[in-house]
Design a protein around this ligand. Structure first.
Ligand code: FPP
Length: 234
C-alpha cells in the first residue's frame, strides 16, 4: 500500500468536449471524481494524498475558465469543509497562495485551521504550485535561515524547506488524461516515485481506476539505487 499518492488530475476539458459541454462542466465533474478518490484513499488507510488543482502555468487559460476555477475552489472548500473535518481529514494547501483573492485565501486558511488537529488522511492541494518554484523558494529560505541563525548551509537540507517539509515523499504518482509528463508538479519529491499513467480522463477516474493504479504499484520492486538482488537477499 503506498503511503503517499500524488495525482495530476488531467482531462477535464476533453471529458466535457466529448459530451458537447463547456470545459467548466468537466471541472465540476472533476471535483466529484476527487471526492471519490479522497474517500477511497481514506478507507484504504493511505497517509497522504496530494493533488494538482492549479499550476503556476494555468493562469494562461482563458479568463473565464480561470475565474470559474477560482469560484469552484471557493465553493468546494465552503461545501466540503465540514465533511472533511467529520472524516478526520487534514487539509494543507501548497503553492503561492498570495496570488489568490482575499476571500479564497482566507477560506483556505480557515479550512486548514479547522482540520489542523485531524489525524486521518492528509489531503494536500497544490494550487498555484510549480515544482521549480518550490525548489527555488526552499533554497531562498534555506539561505536566509543560515545567515539569520549563523549556521553553515552545508548543515541544512533542502527537503526541510520545501512546502512538503516533514511529509514522506510520494510512493505512487498518477497522471490521468493520457499525457506522459510531470508538468512542473512535485519535481524534487518525485525522485523515487513509481510513475503511473492512464488514458482515463480525470472525471472518469473512479475506485476501480484507483485499484488498477494500486495493483500496478504493488507489482513494482522499488530499488532506490540498489540492485534487485540486494533487495531480495538482504
Ligand atoms: C486539468 O484538466 C484540470 C485542471 C487544470 C483543474 C483540476 C481541478 C479540479 C479537478 C477541481 C479540483 C477542486 C478542488 C477544490 C481542489 P484540463 O482542463 O487540462 O483537461 P484537458 O487536458 O482535457 O483540457
Amino acid at each position: 500500500m503506498p503511503r503517499h499518492i500524488a495525482i495530476i488530475m488531467d482531462g477535464n476539458g476533453r471529458w466535457a468536449t466529448q459530451r458537447n459541454k463547456p470545459r467548466t462542466a468537466g471541472h465540476k465533474a472533476g471535483v466529484s471524481a476527487l471526492r471519490t478518490t479522497i474517500e477511497a484513499c481514506a478507507t484504504y488507510g493511505v497517509d497522504v494524498l496530494t493533488v494538482f488543482a492549479f499550476s503556476s502555468e494555468n493562469w494562461r487559460r482563458p479568463d473565464q475558465e480561470v475565474s470559474m476555477l477560482m469560484e469552484l475552489f471557493l465553493l468546494t472548500l465552503k461545501n466540503q469543509a465540514k465533511r472533511l473535518h467529520k472524516n478526520n481529514i487534514r487539509l494543507k494547501i501548497i503553492g503561492e497562495k498570495t496570488k489568490f483573492s482575499e476571500s479564497l485565501q482566507s477560506k483556505m486558511q480557515e479550512v486548514e485551521q479547522l482540520t489542523s488537529d485531524n489525524t486521518g488522511l492528509l489531503l494536500i492541494i497544490a494550487a498555484n504550485y510549480g515544482g521549480q518554484w518550490d525548489i527555488e523558494q526552499a533554497c531562498l529560505q534555506m539561505m536566509s535561515y543560515a545567515s539569520k541563525e549563523n549556521v553553515s548551509l552545508s548543515d541544512l537540507k533542502v527537503d526541510d524547506f520545501l512546502s512538503t517539509a516533514g511529509i514522506p515523499e510520494p510512493d505512487l504518482f498518477i497522471r490521468t488524461g493520457g499525457e506522459h509528463r510531470i508538468s512542473n508538479f512535485l519535481l524534487w519529491q518525485l525522485a523515487y516515485s513509481e510513475l503511473y499513467f492512464t488514458d482515463t480522463l480525470w472525471p472518469d477516474f473512479d475506485k476501480d481506476a484507483l485499484d488498477l493504479a494500486m495493483t500496478h504499484y504493488s507489482s513494482r520492486q522499488r530499488r532506490f539505487g540498489q540492485t534487485g538482488e540486494q533487495l531480495t537477499h538482504g
